[in-house]
Structure formats: structure tokens, C-alpha cells
Design a protein around this ligand. Structure first.
Ligand code: 8IG
Length: 268
């Protein structure tokens, strides 16, 4: 069984399966499209192949409504190949951190040097309104977990590459940026926890991305992180939080986010 392989070997096996199933030997950049970001796959280039995630070793069909469960190979206008990972495994699914970062490691094994991580998230900083895209400048990993195994002391300075953030601001000059907090979930925060997150410097809160960014850095990739604010974090808005609200905000923002990602990727 491929799942008995170590993480690097499993990622290499998955990358070989992707090359075989897509007919694309090497991918140059990879994107994980979270809530609200899925439409980008339709506009950044020409789709060459779509494969079901569960055909690729180590991937699982998505358990979360609003997440696609496919891998897609896209030919960009500049001739580069993009791999869209529509099958994110979240920490709260309980499959372990190896599963959470398998997509990122597979993208690296497939050749990708740039990892674009997107998500839907709550706004902790009241300056960030629902429906806005925010660049991730840095993160607080509050999962109490790491994707790194053994005594590998990986540097996380400039984790969300300033080079790529500059590129993103060229595409969209008024993009704001903020510090992303990853919590384990799947429950949302209490209002007291949101006040705590603000106190320690968090501006955006979600349940993905930080662990993936760490694994991407370990793999030597450059990382760009983008959040769609789908809701004010608990206690900051009028209403209780709901996944339906998240999906609805994501749907409304999709065309705008797709165009944003298209114009960012076109500069890479
Ligand atoms: I979308 O407010 C989305 N994901 N933890 N808190 C956390 N995750 C989220 C939130 C939120 N909104």
C-alpha cells in the first residue's frame, strides 16, 4: 500500500501518477483553492486535464461541501503549467498532519516552485470586511502541530514571500495584508478567543494554510497566501457564524477573486 510509504516517497508516487494521468510531465506552479476561490481554475489558463483526487495516491475525496475533490492541470498563457489542488485535507478531519500537507508535497514533487495557498477566513481585524481578499503577510500557527518530522529546523522568515506579495500588489494595488491565524477547528472561536487572537497580533482566522505553508517552505517553494474574508470573527458581527454564510459569501466573491488570481498568476 502506498500509504505505508514515508511522506516524500508518497508525494513522489502521487506526482508520478499526476504526470501520467494529466500527460503533463512537470508543473511549475501550484494552487490550492479554498472557499470562494474555485472559479480561478476556469480563468487562469486552458484546462488540459481534470482528475479525481482519489485516483492519486494519498489524496481523498473532499469531505467538505464547497471543496471540489479534483486535481486540474492548466496551461497558462506564458506556457507554464499550473496544478490546481481542489482537494484539501483539513487538520480537523483527523487524518493527521501528513495528510494535510500531502497536496503541497506532491506539488513540490511535481516540480512546482511556487505554491499559492488560498482560503476562506474570518476577519479578526475589524478593518477587514466580509467579501474582501487579504494578502497573508505572516501567520500564527496555533494548531500545536508541525508538518516537519525529526530534527529539521526550518527557517520561516519571509515565509509568505515578499517578492510574491509585491507582485500581487502590482496586480491589485489596494490589497491589504494581515497575519493569518490557524486554529484546529472545526468549531469556530468564542468571542473571548477572538479578543485573544487580536491581542497576540492575529488579523485573520481560519482552519488551513499555516501547516501547508510550513511544508511548502520545507520543500523549498515560494509561497503566496490569500484569504477571502467570509465573515467577521465571532463576536465582531451581528449574527452567529454559519458554514452557509461562508459558502454564500464565497459564491458572491468568486468572479472577483478569479480575476484577481488571474492577474497575479499572469505576472509570475
Ligand atoms: I470561512 O471565523 C472561515 N473559516 N477558525 N474562524 C475560523 N475559521 C474560519 C472562520 C472563522 N471563517
Amino acid at each position: 500500500m502506498s500509504h505505508d510509504l514515508d511522506p516524500a516517497a508518497l508525494a513522489a508516487t502521487a506526482a508520478a501518477a499526476i504526470a501520467e494521468l494529466t500527460g503533463v510531465e512537470r508543473h511549475d506552479i501550484a494552487l490550492t483553492l479554498g472557499s470562494g476561490w474555485g472559479r480561478a481554475a476556469d480563468v487562469i489558463g486552458e484546462t488540459v486535464a481534470v482528475i479525481q483526487a482519489d485516483q492519486v495516491p494519498g489524496f481523498h475525496a473532499s469531505g467538505v461541501p464547497g471543496h471540489s475533490g479534483t486535481l486540474r492541470s492548466i496551461l497558462l498563457p506564458n506556457g507554464a503549467h499550473a496544478l490546481v489542488i481542489g482537494a484539501r485535507t483539513h487538520f480537523y478531519e483527523g487524518r493527521g498532519v501528513r495528510s494535510v500537507v500531502h497536496g503541497v508535497r506532491t506539488a513540490a514533487a511535481a516540480g512546482a516552485r511556487i505554491m499559492i495557498l488560498t482560503n476562506g477566513a474570518g476577519g479578526v481585524d475589524p478593518a477587514f470586511k466580509a467579501g474582501e481578499a487579504v494578502l497573508i503577510s505572516d501567520h500564527l500557527n496555533l494548531t500545536a502541530a508541525s508538518p516537519i518530522e525529526g530534527a529539521n529546523f526550518v527557517d520561516l522568515t519571509d515565509l509568505y514571500a515578499s517578492r510574491l506579495r509585491d507582485l500581487a500588489r502590482e496586480a491589485s494595488p489596494d490589497l491589504q495584508e494581515g497575519v493569518y491565524v490557524q486554529l484546529p477547528g472545526p468549531h469556530y472561536e468564542t468571542p473571548a478567543e477572538v479578543r485573544y487572537l487580536r491581542t497576540i497580533g492575529g488579523q485573520i482566522v481560519g482552519m488551513s494554510t499555516a501547516l501547508e505553508a510550513i511544508a511548502a517552505r520545507q520543500a523549498g517553494m515560494e509561497i503566496l497566501g490569500l484569504s477571502l474574508i467570509t465573515n467577521p470573527a465571532a463576536g465582531l458581527g451581528e449574527d452567529p457564524l454559519s458554514h452557509d454564510e461562508v459558502i454564500a459569501e464565497g459564491k458572491a466573491a468568486e468572479p472577483r477573486l478569479a480575476e484577481l488570481l488571474r492577474s497575479i498568476v499572469a505576472r509570475m
